[in-house]
Design a protein around this ligand. Structure first.
Ligand code: FPP
Length: 252
């Protein structure tokens, strides 16, 4: 494979996706392949989070959203859930200075009220401490699922309609987007999933309507900048038609 620098040099800076979302998958398999506990895979996945963030920042991606813990992940063995929460707290505390030094704003989406108090507190403090940074926003999807978010949106709109503050026939795409946890962010243009699985797994279902999908067999702990740059190059080689025909979107 080409070096990260060589791949980066081929990226067109004017057509970098503004928002990349990643389903980080394969930590457990990575650990099991080396005879280690699954938690070792999660710990090694932190380096890949850093690589993805630094790579995105280097090429001018403004939003990076990571599926760190799904609503369904609560059903994993308690020891693994506890270890993940612990890793999250330690990582956020350990990286805070670096985030601030590099203009990184931390954000979360999901039912964060359901997280353990220490985790919630650490995240809230880090979000406040990085709130003014504007080079790139890293969003951790925690206790997140798209159906959770869509149900919550429907409940909010129904309540507003019942109160008389929203007319049902005035509901449009923008109304819905304004009631999702990604409000204010552009939709992801590129969705990456590692580990060879080719599924969306309840992630950002509304927001990825027109995203390009990029799947790689690489397990998340092995994910490096070169994989990110490869995904961006592949994205730039695709024709995005948004329902139009080729002649309508191709430059004259
Ligand atoms: C999926 O691998 C990964 C997760 C559920 C957790 C991701 C967490 C990290 C990368 C570490 C901490 C993250 C941050 C943002 C500090 P899997 O366990 O589903 O792997 P498998 O499919 O091989 O079992």
């Amino acid at each position: 494979m080409e070096t990260p620098e060589a791949l980066k040099a081929r990226i067109d800076p004017d057509r970098v996706p503004a928002h990349i979302a990643i389903i980080m998958d394969g930590n457990g398999r990575w650990a099991e392949r080396q005879g280690e506990h699954r938690v070792v895979g999660h710990a090694n996945g932190v380096r890949s989070v850093r690589e993805a963030l630094v790579g995105c920042r280097e090429v001018g991606v403004k939003y990076l959203t990571l599926y760190a813990f799904s609503t369904e992940n609560w059903n994993r063995p308690k020891a693994e859930v506890d270890a993940l929460m612990d890793l999250l707290v330690k990582t956020v505390i350990g990286e805070l200075e670096e985030l601030n030094a590099n203009g990184v704003r931390l954000h979360t989406i999901g039912d964060t009220d359901s997280l353990p108090e220490s985790c919630r507190r650490t995240l809230l403090d880090a979000i406040a401490a990085t709130a003014k940074n504007d080079t790139i926003t890293i969003t951790l999807a925690l206790s997140y699922s798209a159906r959770w978010e869509l149900v919550r949106m429907a409940q909010q709109l129904a309540a507003a309609a019942q109160e008389g503050t929203l007319q049902p026939d005035r509901i449009d795409d923008a109304t819905i987007a304004a009631h999702l946890s990604t409000v204010g962010m552009p939709d992801p243009e590129l969705l990456i999933r590692t580990s060879g699985e080719q599924r969306i797994s309840n992630f950002l279902l509304w927001q990825i309507a027109y995203a390009e999908l990029w799947f790689t067999p690489v397990l998340w702990p092995d994910f490096r900048k070169e994989h990110l740059f490869q995904a961006i190059l592949d994205f730039q080689g695709r024709e995005r038609r948004f329902g139009l025909i080729s002649e309508q979107v191709a430059p004259a």
